[in-house]
Design a protein around this ligand. Structure first.
Ligand SMILES: [Zn+2]
Length: 47
């Protein structure tokens, strides 16, 4: 998935909510599957 979406949140839980919302709106993904989820998690950077 090519995407330059950047989300910031204080907790991983809040971050995942933001990502899920973006995925729905921008990518028409109703559910994030395990493969996508692991890609997302590997892309998370701790600040
Ligand atoms: Zn995106």
């Amino acid at each position: 998935m090519q995407c330059d979406f950047v989300a910031k949140a204080k907790t991983e839980e809040a971050l995942m909510k933001k990502i899920a919302e973006h995925a729905k709106k921008a990518h028409n993904m109703q559910n994030i599957d395990e493969a996508t989820l692991s890609k997302i998690k590997s892309a998370i950077k701790e600040v």
